[in-house]
Design a protein. Structure first.
Length: 268
């Protein structure tokens, strides 16, 4: 089973390619399922005053859903299109997030933490945010947000669970207890995680999660799915051969797939 559940498209502002181009690329490379999962609109900052090209405008959200489901029907029998959303967890905006999650018939919703307050820790333009901060305190704040996201009940799986390491900033001390607590919250809430291969092209030079976290997820019997986090059609399924090999090495034999918020495990 060849799948890719984490993709972004031109509507989000920092990706290129139309939805249909991703689906056509998925067919060309032999995917059986492709998940479309653009970013939720910004809720807690003013898009007109914040960094540009962060997420789709709120008025684009219904258009995204309409187009995605239209393409799901159009390509039925050639590739299974699963319609998702990367629904950022933002502490203090839970009511607005829940409204968006409940407003549409998603196949799945990814719970990802990008923001600590108004600081997007995944944006290369905002790495100066680390200046003057204690890295351990940043990691503590980040993993606390991941745990809170897992506890909301809004999401089907947690995305790039250790993305805090993306730009190579790490505390001097051990963060195993923080990582483990996040995975234990995922398990407690019967969620899945993803093995997001995109970390291989960033400063951290490893997937999300890394080997130790992935092995602990296997020990906890946490379901897992897989994604490239492609931001252009040519990167669809990038590094996923390595990701599948890593999963098998860790002892995983199945991948989580989603339709209408129902999780189904398939062999890979």
């Amino acid at each position: 089973m060849l799948i890719d559940y984490h993709t972004h498209h031109e509507r989000c502002g920092h990706a290129v390619g139309k939805l249909e181009e991703y689906i056509q690329q998925g067919i060309a490379i032999g995917l059986q399922q492709i998940g479309v999962s653009d970013h939720m609109p910004l809720l807690h900052v003013n898009p007109d005053e914040y960094y540009p090209e962060m997420a789709m405008p709120m008025d684009e959200l219904p258009r995204y859903v309409e187009e995605a489901f239209s393409l799901k029907d159009k390509y039925k029998g050639r590739i299974d299109v699963r319609v998702g959303l990367e629904g950022d967890y933002i502490e203090g905006s839970e009511e607005q997030i829940e409204t968006i999650v409940n407003a549409y018939p998603w196949d799945y919703v990814i719970g990802s933490v990008h923001f600590l307050g108004t600081w997007d820790i995944t944006d290369f333009r905002q790495t100066h945010g680390w200046e003057g901060r204690d890295p351990m305190q940043v990691y503590e704040q980040y993993y606390d947000a991941v745990i809170k996201a897992a506890n909301t009940g809004f999401y089907d799986y947690i995305g790039h669970i250790d993305v805090i390491k993306r730009f190579g900033f790490k505390p001097a001390g051990d963060v195993t207890h923080l990582e483990n607590a996040a995975l234990e919250a995922v398990r407690l809430n019967d969620l899945a995680i993803e093995l997001n291969a995109s970390g291989l092209r960033h400063a951290c030079a490893e997937m999300f999660p890394g080997k130790r976290m992935l092995d602990y997820a296997r020990k906890l019997d946490i379901p897992i799915t897989i994604g490239s986090d492609a931001h252009q059609p040519a990167r669809l399924a990038e590094y996923l051969d390595q990701a599948r090999a890593r999963l098998k090495e860790a002892g995983f034999t199945q991948l989580a797939t989603f339709e209408r918020r129902i999780r189904t495990m398939v062999d890979f």
